[in-house]
Design a protein. Structure first.
Length: 340
């Protein structure tokens, strides 16, 4: 056992979205490190509840894992949870995800991403044991920005989807609570996360599923898009390394009068891939070609995402580097195993 592992049982870590894609892997990793993990998830039906339950089934046998099925915007339920547990760390990953779905059901984003995050912040505010709040933001906040790579210091005043708006709002809310109440807070802008046990609404999942069943795939903007695809293990590694890396006062880095101990990081593979190249990688892993239907750009979408990760490398000595071919093959292998 390493010295770090010997310390970790003293940590009580709340992971929201524990049955979700990223949350599931974060819980697994923390349990392997010897932490006590309290998982929270609403198990909503935005996508397959069975997939969420199957992820959860991998966690529940562990003696250091406990689970609460609870909606983030259930104010009294969240207050009771924080009153009962002395969390030393909170990793807030739960959210209503999806750019396109935010055009169809905007109120779900206000409830889950705004009211829900406020309940997290209030819980942290009243917790005497809390050492660090880490929360998931998104590369979507860069919106209409055209300068690449995206840096955490870039202006993000021009979001192009309500989902992105809620994520930027989370960043602002977190800063204010850190400033007012001294909570150390780190926000993480994830860039197109993929891998085994992933979300069925994501493009790579849809492509693999369509190819497996001889259905055509829809290729938006005629394939003239780039994404910074980031493998799930790299996302988890970044989160774990930052867990005990508390941010300095933000005023030390910027000419502002802020008392906040607050920092934003990008977590991305810092290597954008063209959509058609991405599809070719999937075709190779599947051993089958896809029938492609070219479509125009979709509302709320962006042409390119590209993460600058120098801050992450400088502060915790890590940057994502899993090759796309490796990550896609692992996803395809899992898909075939899970769905037969």
């Amino acid at each position: 056992m390493t010295p770090k592992q010997a310390e970790m049982p003293r940590s009580q870590i709340l992971v929201t979205g524990a049955a979700g894609f990223v949350g599931f892997f974060v819980c697994q990793r923390l349990l392997q490190e010897g932490c006590e993990v309290i998982g929270l998830d609403s198990l909503n039906d935005y996508y397959s509840v069975q997939l969420k339950r199957d992820r959860l089934a991998q966690l529940t046998p562990h003696p250091q894992f406990s689970f609460h099925q609870l909606d983030l915007h259930d104010r009294s339920g969240m207050e009771a949870l924080f009153a009962k547990q002395a969390f030393t760390h909170v990793i807030h990953l739960a959210a209503q995800a999806g750019v396109r779905y935010s055009l169809q059901n905007p109120h779900a984003y206000a409830e889950g991403n705004l009211s829900g995050f406020l309940n997290i912040l209030e819980g942290c505010r009243h917790s005497s044991a809390l050492k660090h709040l880490i929360f998931a933001s998104s590369s979507s906040v860069y919106g209409a920005n055209t300068k690449v790579p995206f840096e955490a210091e870039d202006n993000v005043d021009y979001p192009v989807s309500l989902y992105a708006v809620t994520k930027k709002a989370n960043e602002l809310m977190a800063h204010s609570y850190s400033h007012l109440y001294g909570i150390p807070v780190t926000g993480l802008r994830f860039f197109t996360v993929y891998g085994p046990w992933g979300r069925p609404d994501m493009a790579y999942f849809k492509f693999v599923d369509a190819i497996a069943h001889d259905r055509p795939i829809e290729v938006y903007n005629h394939g003239k898009m780039k994404r910074d695809f980031t493998y799930i293990d790299d996302i988890v590694e970044g989160i774990v390394r930052l867990l005990d890396h508390l941010p300095e006062r933000i005023a030390a880095e910027r000419a502002i009068n802020s008392q906040a101990r607050y920092k934003i990081y990008n977590i991305g593979n810092h290597s954008p891939v063209e959509l058609l190249t991405f599809i070719e990688t999937i075709e190779k892993a599947m051993g089958k070609s896809a029938e492609k239907i070219m479509k125009p750009m979709q509302p709320g979408d962006v042409v390119v995402t590209y993460a600058d990760v120098e801050d992450l490398m400088q502060d915790v000595g890590f940057k994502p580097d899993t090759p796309l071919e490796v990550g896609i093959q692992k996803f395809v292998d899992w898909y075939r195993s899970y769905y037969g």
